[in-house]
Design a protein around this ligand. Structure first.
Ligand SMILES: Cc1cc2nc3c(=O)[nH]c(=O)nc-3n(C[C@H](O)[C@H](O)[C@H](O)COP(=O)(O)OP(=O)(O)OC[C@H]3O[C@@H](n4cnc5c(N)ncnc54)[C@H](O)[C@@H]3O)c2cc1C
Length: 338
């Protein structure tokens, strides 16, 4: 059960009243009453409803902080392989019905088709969990809401950083075709690799790689081959920097690759991995094509004032593997609990 705590407002801020940009569309108005001493809950905005944002929002709301979780597109999926480590299931109480596949066979395949069996490192009860991000993310967002966070299906368009420590941050956002503003005390920037929050606080840049993935629905008899098997292919034809993969999902496989090279180049690498697995995916139907940058190292600045960047926005990804889901959720949870 969540412990509700009331905090003295750290800003002891003067009364403020915010209006929407367009006076014709005053969909939302936030007011605070004039009081000598402002005693209120701390108000936090978490921008981005991926694993980072949702677990931060859950931790903040559980700790009694008035929490707003902004997610621009809760109905779509973040491009991702969706492989998570076993420890994440217990640490984040992820119910087993969310898992598409329990991978116990992991193979790395060389350009000359020599196979290294990574499964030997797994203990008998261990596996790699494969999930679809649309399933995981919506579960984590719902849990944040159940803990008391307010989920706003909204695109954050601007963040106004105050000039003094006593003033609030002002978030501009678009929701239901209306423009709104919200004043908050603290911000968690969990808005991924193209983070707007990072730009607003001049957090500096990082190098990114680009990852590309096709979800391919296979005929049932071919899907059987990938029942509990994940494959990773190496070689210049599929990725000069990393590896290409075939990860099994409920009724399809995710076939993808990544490179720090140029974006047009990624498509020729994708053709490379599809050629390598041709016989295994032949007859399959591409049901989704997705691509997204992956940070290669942390940003120079991850905290400025009362803003903290986390997850991909901060650059917390293992750069050789592109793994970031667990770190996003973990770091955000820690920040939320601070
Ligand atoms: C193709 C690919 C495959 C990958 N495979 C794996 C894998 O198998 N395992 C693994 O651990 N990691 C993988 N990763 C990395 C992993 O996807 C990320 O590290 C992880 O998603 C980071 O989580 P996050 O919450 O920080 O950011 P994100 O998941 O990117 O979430 C950011 C959220 O913010 C929202 N948002 C952004 N801007 C705004 C805005 N202005 N207003 C409102 N909302 C906004 C976005 O809609 C998004 O939902 C992969 C990445 C790619 C690209």
């Amino acid at each position: 059960m969540a412990t509700q705590i009331t905090l003295i407002h750290p800003l002891q801020c003067p009364p403020f009243q915010l209006k929407t940009h367009n006076p014709q569309k005053q969909c939302h108005l936030f007011k605070r009453e004039k009081r000598n001493l402002v005693v209120s809950k701390l108000r936090a905005a978490v921008i981005g409803g991926g694993p980072a944002g949702s677990s931060a929002a859950e931790a903040l709301a559980t700790g009694g902080v008035e929490t707003f979780l902004f997610e621009r597109s809760p109905d779509t999926a973040k491009p991702c392989g969706g492989a998570i480590p076993l420890c994440m299931l217990s640490e984040f109480s992820i119910p087993s019905h969310l898992i598409d596949r329990r991978v116990t066979q992991m193979r790395i395949i060389s350009p000359s088709n020599i196979v290294a069996d990574l499964s030997k490192t797994l203990k008998p009860h261990e596996f790699v969990a494969m999930l679809r991000r649309e399933v995981l993310d919506s579960f984590l967002r719902q849990r944040a809401e159940s803990s008391g966070a307010t989920l706003l299906k909204a695109l954050v368009t601007n963040l106004v950083v105050p000039t003094s420590t006593r003033e609030p941050y002002v978030i501009h956002y678009t929701m239901d075709n209306c423009q709104h503003q919200l004043a908050v005390d603290v911000i968690i920037g969990a808005d991924g690799a193209n983070s707007r929050v990072a730009k607003s606080i001049n957090a500096g840049n990082y190098t990114t790689s680009i990852a590309y993935q096709e979800r391919i629905k296979l005929p049932e008899f071919k899907m059987g081959y990938y029942e509990n098997l994940a494959e990773m292919y190496i070689g210049n034809d599929v990725s000069p920097d990393f590896y290409a993969w075939v990860f099994p999902k409920c009724d399809h496989v995710a076939v993808g690759t990544g490179t720090i090279g140029s974006r047009p180049y990624i498509k020729s690498l994708q053709r490379g991995i599809k050629a390598r697995v041709k016989s295994k995916i032949e007859g399959g139907e591409v049901i989704k094509v997705e691509a997204h940058p992956i940070p290669q190292h942390p940003r120079p600045i991850r905290v400025r004032g009362r803003v903290a960047l986390v997850g991909d926005a901060a650059g917390y990804v293992t750069n050789c593997s592109g793994e970031g889901i667990y770190f996003a959720a973990k770091v955000e949870e820690c920040v939320g609990k601070q």
